[in-house]
Design a protein. Structure first.
Length: 323
């Protein structure tokens, strides 16, 4: 199934990201209280199945994993085998980071970045071993303006060959210079054909700096996937840092806080798929309420005031604990 048909196949433009479900530790605030106290592989697999079931049964048709998400590809592959009737989902994954956390909460390092051709070849083989022909979209993970994929012609040709074989090729971006990375990626061609067909970027009420570049990507025919729309839990009611403007709007509309924050992203005309990073079935349902919330111009303007300088946002994100 092609990525472009993912939203059309489901009843929602929401997708499900597995970053917080495939490994014992991640940086989502409040996550620890929602997961099993003992995060064995078996317990996390069971939770992943529950969340995948809830997402699929409520219209989600895009599922997003990565090599660095611990066992996320393994869990997703097992779920697809467990649910053989599920043929109408689009499966995306990413290469470029290697998980090195050894299934430990207290690992000194959880993932290591490598955008070399060797890493691509090794990780594509690993992804294929798990997902086989169910892989629809393969993305370069966390591209920044300095990433070698933007200048390494041989690697670009390998990615183009993958695309020619029927797998959609995309990239994800991170950091305060996302817009620069997106524009550089949009300019890349191999044999006159644009290299990237999708872009996955962080965009939320606190960090909207990539918005204009994402609109340009959408206008150019590149599908846009939004990640971290809840700012790693900062916009989901976790902790004491919930913006009062967001909380007041949730109260006035009678909607969950997380759904209001997601609704503001879904109303961006360039956003093709917005990812939920839920780790419980209950949170999936709460997130999906976003599709039924229509915010007016005044409400959106109020929420726009929450934006932080990009450098400040990413500095705060880098300080979040892995729990």
């Amino acid at each position: 199934m092609s990525f472009e048909s993912a939203a059309a196949a489901g009843t929602t433009r929401m997708g499900l990201g597995l970053a917080a479900l495939g490994r014992p530790a991640y940086i989502t605030l409040g996550r620890g209280a929602e997961l099993p106290s003992v995060r064995t592989v078996e317990a996390m697999r069971e939770r992943a199945f529950e969340v995948l079931d809830a997402a699929y049964e409520n219209g989600v048709r895009y599922l997003d994993a990565a090599r660095s998400y611990g066992r996320a590809e393994e869990f997703l592959a097992a779920w697809l085998t467990h649910r053989p009737e599920v043929r109408d989902v689009t499966v995306g994954s990413k290469w470029g980071y290697t998980y090195v956390g050894d299934w430990r909460l207290d690992a000194d390092v959880h993932e290591v970045k490598d955008h070399s051709a060797g890493a691509f070849e090794r990780q594509l083989a690993q992804t294929r071993a798990l997902l086989g022909d169910r892989l629809d979209l393969y993305q370069v993970h966390s591209v920044t303006p300095e990433s070698r994929v933007l200048t390494d012609r041989a690697l670009q040709e390998e990615l183009a060959a993958l695309a020619a074989g029927g797998v959609t090729v995309g990239l994800s971006t991170s950091g305060p210079a996302q817009a620069e990375a997106i524009r550089a990626a949009l300019a890349l061609e191999v044999d006159g054909t644009p290299l990237f067909s999708t872009v996955q970027a962080t965009y939320n009420l606190l960090e909207p700096s990539a918005g204009t570049a994402l609109a340009e990507a959408h206008e150019a025919g590149v599908a846009v996937i939004v990640k971290e729309a809840l700012a790693n839990g900062r916009l989901a009611g976790a902790g004491d840092g919930l913006p009062p403007e967001l909380n007041a709007l949730a109260v006035s509309t009678g909607s969950p806080v997380d759904a209001v924050a997601l609704a503001a992203v879904l109303q961006q005309p360039w956003a093709d798929v917005v990812l939920s990073g839920a780790v419980t079935a209950v949170d999936v349902i709460s997130n999906l309420h976003a599709a039924g919330i229509a915010l007016d111009g005044g409400q959106l303007a109020s929420l726009a005031s929450l934006a932080e300088p990009a450098a400040d946002y990413w500095r705060h994100r880098s300080s979040l604990p892995w729990t």
